[in-house]
Write a protein that binds this ligand. Structure first.
Ligand SMILES: [Zn+2]
Length: 277
């Protein structure tokens, strides 16, 4: 049994503030240790449950956050960018039986600790075939094309509630309870490590590769916080303006859907202005 862990940081234990997840800050240095604790707990739980192989794919920002030297020696870690499937890189080789979304968060424009979809502020909403989409929902559709079930989701309590929508069978662990975008009631790393390890062990029972799901076509609509970002995004082939601050595109597969999304966010982020006013 091979498990892939997609590891994002905003939903990690103790994280509640942008500097906590901004590489190079003292807060990030401290929080990456708690992030590593969450991921390692999942690794231990999956091996407890019978996994033969666990691959961790770093999915946050620079994709260089986890402390490799603190991970269980049976695990392997894919670190750095660029990767064709970004947050779920590694799922496409036909050998993964289940995927865990560790440290995930809710989507842009919704409640949740550090809620966003790829871009922290510039994107105010994403919809997939009319349903408001978090990164978890988008990536769940990507991995379904490879027949890989989402078996475990960790993050704040609202992230777990969001995951009920796209992975109802998956085990969920809330490492903190949302109070506001920048505040949460946090449980300690010792407590959350125990919870995650136990849930990952149980989640192994859900890890069973299925037939690839062809669920397309996928129409993705993106709302920005400024008109010129929508304007800029239309240089990406297939992306059309659907409103003053909105663009939309349609792809047959979610493989292409997430790659086009990445292109849109890359172009839009390059068009964000300096602060003035
Ligand atoms: Zn992130």
């Amino acid at each position: 049994m091979k498990i892939l862990i997609s590891a994002d940081m905003e939903g990690a234990t103790g994280v509640t503030w942008p500097a906590d997840v901004l590489p190079g800050t003292p807060q990030w240095e401290r929080c990456r240790s708690m992030f590593t604790s969450d991921v390692n707990a999942a690794v231990l739980g999956f091996f407890d449950g019978g996994a033969d192989e666990v691959l961790i794919n770093e999915a946050h920002w620079t994709m260089r956050n986890l402390l490799l030297e603190r991970l269980d020696e049976r695990a392997q870690m894919l670190t750095g960018k660029h990767k064709s499937l970004s947050m779920v890189e590694g799922v496409q080789h036909g050998d993964v039986d289940g995927i865990a979304f560790v440290g995930y968060h809710t989507g842009a424009g919704t409640a949740g600790v550090l809620a966003h979809t790829y871009l922290a502020n510039s994107i105010t909403g994403v919809w997939l075939n009319g349903t408001r989409a978090s990164e978890g929902l988008l990536n769940a559709h990507v991995v379904a094309e490879y027949g890989v079930p989402v078996v475990l989701v960790t993050g704040d309590d609202l992230t777990c509630a969001d995951a009920e929508g796209y992975a109802p069978a998956a085990r969920k662990v809330a490492v903190k309870d949302h109070v506001s975008r920048y505040a949460a009631v946090c449980r300690t790393p010792a407590r959350t490590a125990g919870d995650i390890r136990a849930a990952a062990k149980e989640a192994c029972a859900l890890a069973r590769r299925a037939a690839p799901l062809a669920g397309g076509p996928f129409t993705v609509e993106i709302e920005f916080d400024a008109e010129h970002l929508a304007d800029a995004a239309t240089v990406v082939p297939g992306v059309e303006r659907t409103g003053e601050r909105r663009v939309s595109y349609t792809e047959v597969t979610m493989y292409q859907g997430i790659r086009t999304f990445k292109a849109v966010t890359t172009v839009a982020s390059s068009a964000v202005e300096e602060q003035y006013g």
